[in-house]
Design a protein around this ligand. Structure first.
Ligand SMILES: Cc1cc2nc3c(=O)[nH]c(=O)nc-3n(C[C@H](O)[C@H](O)[C@H](O)COP(=O)(O)O)c2cc1C
Length: 199
C-alpha cells in the first residue's frame, strides 16, 4: 500500500488570519514523518460562492467550476487535518461552505483537527467532529488545541509554536492516530468487496 496522502486545510481566509501559523507548524511536524505525505490546502485558492447548486454532489454533479476543482483536490487525499479557528463558537462559515461543496470525496477517510482560540477552537472542532460523521469520515480521538496563554503568546506576541513542547507531543499523538485510521480506511477502500459493502 502506498503512503497515505494527508491534506492540511487552512480553514479561514481573511487577510490578517492567524491560520497560516498553525498550518505551517503542523505541516513541518508532518514533514518529518515517513508514514505520510502532506500538503497544505488553502481555502483562499478555492473562492466558492455560498452553496448554490440544486443538490449536494452526492446526488447531482456540481456546476460551479471552482467547486469542481475543489472536489478534485479533496479526492486526491486519504486523510485530512482541519486547521481551524472558531467564529462565535462555531465552524468558520467559509470552511462549512467548502465542506458542503463535496461529499463522496470525503467519504471513508480519516479526519484530525488543529484548533486555535481562547479555548483552542474546541467548540468548532467538536462541531466538525459531528459534521465528519455525516461525511462518513473517521475523526481521531485526539485533536490539537492551541488555547489560552499559548494562543495569546502565539497570536499577539509572535511566539513560535515549536517552542511550546506539549503541543509537539499532542501533535505526535494525533498524527499517530490519523495515520492508523487513514491506513485502515485506505486498505478497506482498496478492497472492492469491502468498499461496496455499506453502500
Ligand atoms: C467573527 C469572529 C468571531 C470570533 N469568535 C471567537 C470565538 O467564539 N471563540 C474564540 O476563541 N475566538 C473567537 N474569535 C477570535 C479568534 O480566535 C481569532 O481572531 C483568530 O485569530 C481567528 O482565526 P483566523 O485569524 O485564522 O481568522 C473570533 C474572531 C472572529 C473574526
Amino acid at each position: 500500500m502506498t503512503i497515505p496522502r494527508i491534506a492540511i486545510v487552512i480553514s479561514t481566509t481573511r487577510a490578517t488570519r492567524f491560520g497560516d501559523k498553525p498550518a505551517k507548524w503542523i505541516s513541518d511536524i508532518a514533514a518529518k514523518r515517513t508514514d505520510l505525505v502532506s500538503e497544505i490546502i488553502d481555502l483562499r485558492d478555492f473562492p466558492m460562492p455560498f452553496f448554490d447548486e440544486v443538490a449536494s454532489n452526492a446526488w447531482v454533479p456540481t456546476t460551479n467550476e471552482v467547486a469542481q476543482r475543489w472536489q478534485k483536490k479533496v479526492a486526491e487525499f486519504d486523510g485530512f487535518i482541519f486547521v481551524t479557528a472558531e467564529y462565535n463558537r462555531g465552524v468558520p462559515a467559509v470552511l462549512k461552505n467548502a465542506i458542503d461543496y463535496a461529499y463522496p470525496e470525503w467519504n471513508r477517510k480519516a479526519a484530525a483537527y488543529v484548533g486555535y482560540g481562547a479555548v483552542g477552537g474546541a467548540r468548532s472542532v467538536e462541531q466538525l467532529r459531528l459534521i465528519s460523521v455525516e461525511l462518513q469520515m473517521a475523526p481521531t480521538r485526539t485533536g490539537v488545541h492551541i488555547q489560552g496563554a499559548d494562543f495569546m503568546a502565539a497570536w499577539k506576541e509572535g511566539k513560535d509554536l515549536k517552542d511550546i513542547p506539549h503541543l509537539q507531543q499532542n501533535a505526535t499523538d494525533m498524527l499517530d492516530q490519523l495515520v492508523w485510521w487513514t491506513n485502515a480506511l485506505k486498505a478497506a477502500r482498496e478492497r472492492p468487496a469491502l468498499a461496496t459493502a455499506a453502500e
